[in-house]
Design a protein around this ligand. Structure first.
Ligand SMILES: Cc1cc2nc3c(=O)[nH]c(=O)nc-3n(C[C@H](O)[C@H](O)[C@H](O)COP(=O)(O)OP(=O)(O)OC[C@H]3O[C@@H](n4cnc5c(N)ncnc54)[C@H](O)[C@@H]3O)c2cc1C
Length: 460
């Protein structure tokens, strides 16, 4: 194989595929793009593989190795971030600001939602230039009560689990096993973006593990990778890393692209849960597995003191063990943002340089203060429901959202990539995905990282 390309993309999940989606329409007719994917196309093998989870003593970090990456396992919850999530420092004096604002990202959110055919409500907590591509999912009865009490804060969840059929996907069956969606209703790279890899300009190399970015004189020259046990080098004018927030910094570290912040600020949201026993109201009439998002504890002046929280209302049917009252129960998750902490990081393992190692010292006092408010505030927030008993649990171990290890920013001293996701030192190296997030807002990150990819390609 001629190993010279225009572009090498590492990873075939959201970051890699949204890059191709944005780039191919403007690429030359004879462009050559190589995609290196460490895994294979086996559709189910990943679920039982050990490498699904990077388990550290302190905390698991969940990801999927394989064609389509995390899109195989994700639950397809796709809320946008709120405008103030981009300017936490400016608005509330905490954390750091993103180098772009909501308004700049809005058109790319709209495009990413089109690709994923996201279902969502007409009114939403954030400004939108266009309606959601699909109508909203049906509420459960407890959601109807909360929506009546909070018409501007309790919404059907924006989700890439179909409400109505698309050409490639049937409507969601709400079976509650979204990680391995049994009918192919949730958006994945395989069902909506696989055509990109059939483009004659794209060469997809499976089972090919990128080892490092080759650089010389401050430029990326290509990627060293392992295929069939043999190390090879592919050359390119542009290298794009879309290998996630554990492997992006690890690959940069292995490429000797040192920076005091490289690999640091590893984070994700932290969640609590609540089981709510209802008096006389049945649950589980919704049309998808996670029915609604509540914004009652999200944005507001409290964020100068403690973390914002997004509420997720589950519609995964589990029964109350009480005759005649099987469905008088609800489960909600409370997802809190975290602040950057340099004590949490990814590094090259000292014992085995072929593996990344994660060190996690915990979430911030800011997040803890937010969680501490829950026992007091929750009965008040949920007063529109006829509550018999409320059991709060948590914090949970993992949200499976890995963020913050190659952060974006305008200042090369405090950021790895610029606002267009180009490496500050190596200007023909792009880094995509949750690793560029300066802060971890409560919202699930994948729609935002897909939109950011489209934004970055547009400015390339
Ligand atoms: C169980 C679960 C549920 C989730 N649910 C949601 C949800 O509802 N909403 C949400 O927003 N997010 C969710 N997420 C998170 C979401 O999956 C990630 O945010 C998203 O997949 C990140 O996309 P990415 O392309 O940046 O990285 P990844 O999806 O992690 O993909 C990285 C790709 O790079 C490849 N790769 C890695 N290293 C190399 C290498 N050295 N050489 C070549 N290839 C390499 C991998 O095989 C993979 O294909 C969930 C995750 C899990 C695990």
């Amino acid at each position: 194989m001629d190993n010279t390309f225009d572009i090498i993309v590492v990873g075939s999940s959201f970051s890699g595929s949204f890059f191709l989606h944005g780039y191919l329409p403007k690429a030359r007719k004879n462009a050559r793009i190589l995609v290196l994917e460490r895994g294979t196309k086996d559709s189910r093998q990943w679920a039982s593989e050990k490498n699904f989870i990077n388990r550290t003593p302190e905390k698991p970090w969940a990801y999927v190795i394989g064609f389509g990456g995390g899109s195989k396992a994700w639950w397809a919850c796709t809320p946008r971030m709120m405008p103030n999530d981009f300017k936490l420092k400016k608005t509330y004096g905490v954390g750091v600001d993103w180098p772009l604002n909501y308004e700049e990202l809005e058109p790319y959110y709209t495009e990413a939602e089109k690709v994923m055919t996201v279902s969502g409500p007409d009114n939403s907590p954030y400004p939108r230039s266009q309606p959601y591509p699909q109508p909203p999912h049906r509420f459960s009865d407890p959601d109807r009560l909360l929506n009546a009490a909070y018409p501007n804060q309790h919404f059907p969840q924006a989700t890439a689990r179909t409400r109505v059929a698309t050409a490639n996907r049937p409507p969601c069956c709400g079976s509650g096993v979204c990680s391995a969606c049994p009918i192919g209703a949730k958006f994945t790279i395989m069902n909506e973006m696989a055509h990109l890899y059939k483009d004659p300009r794209v060469t997809l190399l499976l089972d090919a593990q990128a080892l490092a970015v080759e650089t010389a004189a401050g430029q990326a020259k290509g990627v060293r990778y392992l295929k069939d046990g043999v190390e090879q080098i592919a050359k390119a004018d542009l290298v794009v890393l879309g290998a996630n927030a554990i492997f992006n910094p690890y690959l940069l570290q292995r490429s000797d692209l040192a920076h005091p912040l490289l690999g640091k600020r590893l984070s994700e949201q932290v969640s609590m849960g609540a089981k709510i026993y209802l008096d006389g109201v049945d649950n589980f009439q919704g049309s998808t597995s996670i029915n609604a998002n509540g914004y009652m504890l999200y944005d507001g002046p409290h964020r100068s003191q403690y973390a914002a929280c997004m509420i997720e209302v589950q519609n995964v049917p589990f029964l109350r063990v009480e005759k005649g009252r099987w469905r008088q129960v609800s489960y909600m998750k409370f997802i809190f943002e975290d602040l950057p902490n340099e004590k949490n990081y990814v590094t090259v393992s000292a014992t085995n340089p072929h593996l990344p190692e994660t060190v996690y010292k915990g979430y911030s006092a800011y997040t803890q203060r937010g969680m501490d408010t829950l026992p007091d505030v929750l009965p008040k927030i949920l007063a529109p429901l006829p509550i018999e008993r409320l059991d709060i649990s948590g914090p949970g171990h993992s949200e499976a959202h890995i963020l913050g290890t190659t952060v974006m920013g305008n200042d090369p001293a405090t950021a790895i990539v610029d606002k267009h996701l180009i490496h500050h030192q190596v200007r023909n190296l792009m880094v995509l995905g949750g690793s560029v997030f300066p802060t971890s807002a409560p919202a699930n990150p994948t729609l935002t990282l897909s939109a950011l990819t489209l934004w970055a390609v547009d400015h390339l």
